[in-house]
Design a protein around this ligand. Structure first.
Ligand code: HEC
Length: 132
């Protein structure tokens, strides 16, 4: 139910960014869903796309933005990989698709073969934007 709400809100948000003429409502929802700290983030297309992909997938069962759950907090991931060349996006996207363990601990990230490389990269870009 909660996930359905998130998906709905993300879709509403995407829909509302179609009209570029001051979509204050859309921005506000983005802030609520993702606790985006700045207005800039909610207007960033990478952020919007990645958020929609995350919302439609199972990421939130193991990841939170600012807190470790089973998986590391997105802000910690963003911090760890900050300032690296773009190839890190490709690498992390592949890891989301094939799953893996050993970088943050013993817990396994399940594979996500249903995601395309492009979608997984969008999700990674979204995560990397969350750096504090
Ligand atoms: C079953 C729980 C689980 C789910 C579902 C999950 N993750 Fe993870 N994720 C993890 C764990 C655990 C790690 C740490 C893996 C490691 O230590 O190598 C991780 C690590 C990551 C990393 C960092 C990888 C690295 O090598 O540093 C990214 C990026 C990531 N997850 C994104 C996602 C995205 C995007 C989704 C949804 C499409 C997702 N995760 C779904 C558990 C999960």
């Amino acid at each position: 139910m909660k996930r359905l709400l998130i998906v709905t809100v993300a879709l509403t948000m995407l829909a509302s960014c179609g009209n570029n003429d001051g979509t204050k409502g859309g921005e506000k929802k983005a802030d609520t869903v993702a606790k985006a700290e700045t207005k800039d983030l909610s207007e960033n297309p990478d952020y919007q796309k990645g958020l929609a992909i995350e919302a439609a997938s199972d990421c939130a069962t193991c990841h939170k933005i600012d807190e470790k759950v089973q998986g590391p907090a997105y802000q910690d991931i963003a911090k760890k990989y900050a300032g690296l060349p773009d190839t890190i996006v490709t690498h992390l996207a592949k890891k989301i698709i094939s799953g893996g363990t050993g970088v943050w601990g013993e817990i396994l990230m399940i594979p996500h073969p249903q995601l395309s490389q492009a979608d997984a990269e969008a999700a990674v870009k979204y995560i990397l934007l969350l750096k504090k």
